[in-house]
Design a binder for this molecule. Structure first.
Ligand code: PDD
Length: 280
């Protein structure tokens, strides 16, 4: 029987329950360490805990680490791994809360999970050694896949919340691509513009409906980059998503946008009409 650690308790694995609302599950909103134990003794424990503290600090996840330092050795013991080689895994998530990109209230406790298992590296990793290939480093760049590893979105969204804003628009190499949970549209001289599909944006359903409505409603539209230096010249900006439908942007930072938004309002009307038609 495997014994794991969960939130202060050592208990059989099948009795360790984590809420499906846990942000580790919903957003990948968590950090972890893998620690080697040689002959049952955790190796470089202080370094692993220093890195864990750093990761938690960068993520602004509050968890009290001092008592946790006993957990790896205790997991080794509870699982009969004393004197043996093992791996210890520790994971700390931002806890369970109703799904929202913004951080939950501070009283939501981190979820802390640990497990250990016997481990012997494959001797072939030393001799003959390991074969490798080269791949482009696309980590954090496959924004076109609707993955739940949303920690980049969560951290950017929280910056908006901290600044008293509703959404953060993501800029890469000068191009304003989309929001953390929405697509972005701008209107320049009456023409609607949104970033072209690429690996850097989600192929949003609401985005494609909006493009369709522009074309059907004779509203000039173009899929082309919106550059950050152009944003102050936009007559209108709006975000689009399943949750927002089309929401006008009323301010970018401290700068308000004009309250007249004829193009956005026309598209909002067309959107509602499409909903009425399709979901009678
Ligand atoms: N977010 N871009 C990003 C990064 C998104 O997460 C979303 C949706 C969109 C809009 O996609 P759609 O029109 O298909 O909803 C664009 C959802 C609503 C969310 O995570 O809550």
């Amino acid at each position: 029987m495997t014994v794991v650690y969960l939130n202060g308790q050592f208990l059989p694995e099948d009795q360790a329950h984590i809420s499906p609302l846990d942000r580790g599950f919903l957003f990948g909103d968590s950090v972890y360490e893998v620690i080697r134990a040689y002959r049952g003794t955790p190796f470089r424990l202080d370094e692993h805990f220093a890195r864990l503290a750093y990761s938690l600090g960068e993520m602004r996840i509050g968890a009290y680490l001092s008592p946790l330092k006993e957990v790896p050795a205790r997991l080794v013991a509870e699982n009969g791994l004393e004197g043996k080689d093992a791996l210890v895994y520790l994971q700390v998530t931002r806890g369970a809360a109703p799904r929202s990109h913004a951080f939950p209230p501070p009283d939501v406790k981190a979820t802390i999970f640990g497990m250990a298992w016997a481990f012997t590296p494959n001797p072939a990793w030393r001799d003959p050694g390991v074969s490798v290939i080269l791949v482009p480093d696309f980590r954090w760049s496959r924004c076109d896949i609707k993955v739940t590893s949303l920690i980049g979105n969560v951290l950017a969204h929280q910056r908006a919340v901290d600044a008293g804003a509703h959404e953060a628009l993501l800029v890469r190499d000068g191009a304003v691509l989309e929001g953390t949970l929405s697509s972005l549209f701008a209107v320049f001289e009456g023409e609607v513009r949104t970033a072209p599909l690429s690996n850097y944006i989600l192929p949003s359903i609401t985005r494609s409906v909006t493009l369709e409505l522009c074309r059907a409603g004779d509203i000039p539209v173009r899929e082309a980059p919106i550059y950050d230096h152009e944003v102050p010249q936009a007559e209108e900006l709006f975000i689009a998503s399943t949750t927002h439908e089309l929401s006008p942007v009323c301010a970018v930072g401290d700068r308000p946008l004009p309250p007249e938004r004829p193009v956005t309002e026309k598209l909002q009307r067309l959107f509602r009409e499409a909903v009425e038609r399709e979901c009678a």
